[in-house]
Design a binder for this molecule. Structure first.
Ligand SMILES: [Zn+2]
Length: 140
């Protein structure tokens, strides 16, 4: 009996090790395209999870085979000096390849799915740089 419990414990440890934070990060990279130069290696776990929530909403709007593009994480130097991008707490998603009539609905769905702990900004609308900025707002 003891051996069986030990086996179960080992199994639990194994399963947890199998599906750790790195796997969540890997899954996010698999489910998205990343623009050249996008640096996500130090992304905070909370943003990996948020990124997958965003992907799920893109799927609802665009179909399950759609792969949204991450256009920025902690990379480009033209973010504001105190940008959450430099704290690995922000991601930008391309939205200009989503049909125009679907965009506002998608933005609303993402806001709703992420909840109040995240700030979702629809930036540079109407330009080539049109994107969704998503950042984590740690509670004070
Ligand atoms: Zn941004």
């Amino acid at each position: 009996m003891q051996k069986f419990i030990l086996f179960l414990l080992l199994l639990c440890t194994f399963v947890n090790a199998e599906w750790g934070q790195k796997d969540v990060h890997r899954l996010l990279l698999k489910r998205t395209n990343q623009k050249d130069g996008v640096y996500t290696a130090k992304l905070e776990p909370v943003m990996d999870t948020a990124g997958l929530v965003v992907v799920a909403e893109y799927h609802k709007a665009m179909g399950d085979s759609y792969r949204p593009t991450i256009t920025s994480a902690n990379d480009f130097s033209w973010h504001g000096r105190f940008s959450k991008h430099y704290l690995n707490l922000a991601l930008d998603f391309r939205i200009r390849d989503v049909p125009f009539h679907k965009r506002s609905e998608l933005v609303l769905a993402i806001k709703k799915a992420l909840g109040e702990r995240f700030l979702v900004l629809w930036e540079d609308a109407g330009t080539l740089n049109e994107h969704l900025h998503i950042e984590f707002r740690p509670s004070e």
